[in-house]
Design a protein around this ligand. Structure first.
Ligand code: HEM
Ligand code: HEM
Length: 176
C-alpha cells in the first residue's frame, strides 16, 4: 500500500451492497403499493409472491451486509462535527435495524396467513403458527414501519445531497 487514499471510500463490496439494497427497496416499495390489497383469505399469487420473494432476498442480503459491516475495515470518518457524525451513525444504525426487523415482521405476517415464504425456491420456516394473533399485529407494524423507514431514508438522502451540493465535501463520494 502506498499511503492512505485521497478520498477514503467504503470498500467495493460495501458499496455494491449499499446500492443493491437501494435498488431492491425501490422495487419492493413499488411492488408493495401496486400489489392487490391483502385480506383474510387472500391467496399469495402474482405481485404478492414477488413481494415475498424480494423481501426474503432483502433479508438475506442484509444478513450478509451486517456481517460485512462487522468484519470489514471501515474508512476513517473525516467529515463532520462530533454531533453530525453521531446523527449519521444513529441514522445508519436505525436503517440497519429496520432493514432487518421490518421484513421479518412481514414474514411473520405471511406465516400467520399460512403462506410459504421461499428464498430462491427453498422453503423457509414459518415464524409463527397459522392464525397467530401476534403475526397479525406484526403485519400492522410491518406496514407502519415501512413508512418510518421511508422517512429515515428521506433524511439520509437529504443529508447525502446536502453534503455533496452545499457543504461540497467528500461524504457522497465515499459511497459512490
Ligand atoms: C424491506 C422489505 C420490505 C418492505 C419495504 C415492505 C413493504 C411493505 C408495505 C409498504 C406494505 C403495505 C402494502 C399496502 O399498504 O398495501 C407491505 C405489506 C406486506 N408485506 Fe411487506 N415489505 C418488505 C418485506 C416483506 C417480507 C420479507 C415479507 C414476507 C416474507 C412481506 C410480507 C408482507 C405482507 C404479508 C404484507 C401484508 C400485511 C398486511 O396487510 O397485514 N414483506 N409490505
Ligand atoms: C433505500 C435507500 C437507502 C438506504 C436504506 C441506505 C442505507 C445506508 C446505510 C445503512 C449506510 C451506512 C453504511 C455503513 O456504515 O455500512 C449508508 C451510507 C451512505 N449512504 Fe445510503 N442508503 C440509501 C440511499 C442512499 C442514497 C440515494 C444516497 C445518495 C444520494 C446514499 C448515500 C450514502 C452515503 C454517502 C453513505 C456514506 C455516509 C458516510 O460516509 O458516513 N444512500 N446508507
Amino acid at each position: 500500500m502506498s499511503g492512505a487514499p485521497a478520498v477514503p471510500k467504503y470498500d467495493p463490496f460495501a458499496r455494491l451492497l449499499h446500492w443493491l439494497v437501494v435498488l431492491l427497496l425501490i422495487a419492493q416499495y413499488i411492488v408493495a403499493w401496486t400489489m392487490p390489497g391483502i385480506h383474510r383469505g387472500t391467496k399469495p399469487v402474482g405481485l404478492i409472491v414477488v413481494h415475498l420473494d424480494l423481501g426474503a432476498f432483502i433479508i438475506a442480503i442484509m444478513i450478509v451486509r451486517v456481517v460485512w459491516r462487522i468484519v470489514r475495515k471501515e474508512p476513517d470518518v473525516v467529515e463532520g462535527t462530533p454531533f453530525t457524525r453521531g446523527v449519521a451513525y444513529l441514522t445508519h444504525g436505525l436503517l440497519y435495524l429496520l432493514l432487518i426487523v421490518q421484513p421479518l415482521m412481514g414474514w411473520a405476517n405471511a406465516s400467520s396467513r399460512g403462506w410459504q415464504v421461499t428464498l430462491f425456491g427453498v422453503n423457509l420456516p414459518s415464524l409463527v403458527p397459522t392464525g397467530s394473533a401476534l403475526g397479525h399485529t406484526l403485519g400492522d407494524a410491518h406496514r407502519l414501519l415501512a413508512w418510518v423507514m421511508l422517512v429515515l431514508i428521506g433524511i439520509h438522502v437529504a443529508a447525502a445531497l446536502y453534503h455533496h451540493f452545499l457543504l461540497r465535501d467528500r461524504v457522497l463520494r465515499r459511497m459512490a
